[in-house]
Design a protein. Structure first.
Length: 220
C-alpha cells in the first residue's frame, strides 16, 4: 500500500508540474508580439470548452503544441492524422459524418494544407452539409521538410547557400481565399488581439451551417 501511495504522489506531482508548465507557456504566448502557436491552441481550447468538440490535427510540427494545449479528457475528442500529408480535410469530413451533432475542428499547417485536395474537399463539405472549422497554423514554410534538410544534410548545399529549395511557402496566396468562391466564411489573422474574435465568428458561422477557414499567421 505504501508503494501505491508513493506512486500516486509522484504522478500527482508530475501532473501538477505539467499543469504549471502549460499555464506558464500560455501566459508567455499570450504576451508575444505576434501569434504564437501555443496561443492559437489555448484559444481554441477556451472557445471549444463545453461544446463536446472534436479536433482533427494535421499540423505536423505543431502537433505536440495542439495536443498539449487542447487539454481534454473527453472521449474521441482528438485525432491525429497518420500517414502521408494531404488527408486532413477528408479525415475531418469523415469525423463530421460520423459525429454530425458535434463541432469538428481541423488544425492544419500551411504545408499540409497545400497537400490536400482542397477544392474537392470544400465541395464535399457543401454537398453533404459537413461543416468544419479549419484553423490553419501558417508559418509560411514547410517546416518539417526544412528541419529534415538540416538534420540529414547539415553540411549540404542548402546549408552553404541558404537556399532551402521547396520549403518557402511565402509565395502562396492567402489560404483562406480558396474557400471564398464556394461561399464559405473566411478570415486571415495576423494579430494576437484579433485571434479570438475571428475564431468566435468562424465558430458562429459553422453553427449556422457553413464551413469556416481561419488562416492564422503564426510566428514559428
Amino acid at each position: 500500500m505504501a508503494a501505491v501511495t508513493a506512486r500516486r504522489a509522484a504522478h500527482e506531482e508530475r501532473h501538477a508540474d505539467e499543469e504549471a508548465a502549460i499555464a506558464a507557456a500560455e501566459a508567455k504566448a499570450a504576451q508575444a508580439e505576434g501569434i504564437d502557436p501555443v496561443h492559437v491552441a489555448a484559444t481554441l481550447r477556451r472557445l471549444l470548452g463545453g461544446q463536446d468538440a472534436v479536433v482533427v490535427d494535421e499540423t505536423i510540427t505543431h502537433s505536440r503544441v495542439v495536443k498539449r494545449h487542447r487539454q481534454t479528457a473527453d472521449p474521441d475528442s482528438y485525432f491525429y492524422v497518420q500517414g502521408g500529408l494531404g488527408q486532413g480535410i477528408a479525415v475531418a469530413l469523415g469525423v463530421k459524418l460520423a459525429a454530425q451533432e458535434r463541432p469538428v475542428v481541423l488544425t492544419i499547417g500551411d504545408g499540409a494544407f497545400a497537400y490536400n485536395p482542397v477544392i474537392p474537399s470544400y465541395d464535399a463539405s457543401n454537398a453533404y452539409g459537413l461543416t468544419l472549422l479549419i484553423a490553419v497554423f501558417n508559418n509560411r514554410v514547410y517546416k518539417s521538410m526544412n528541419l529534415n534538410h538540416r538534420r540529414f544534410y547539415p553540411e549540404g548545399a542548402a546549408a552553404d547557400t541558404g537556399e532551402w529549395l521547396g520549403t518557402d511557402l511565402r509565395r502562396l496566396p492567402r489560404l483562406a481565399q480558396f474557400a471564398e468562391p464556394i461561399g464559405m466564411h473566411t478570415e486571415t489573422v495576423d494579430a494576437p488581439d484579433a485571434l479570438a474574435p475571428a475564431l468566435e465568428r468562424a465558430l458562429k458561422a459553422v453553427a449556422e451551417g457553413t464551413t469556416a477557414v481561419v488562416d492564422v499567421l503564426v510566428t514559428r
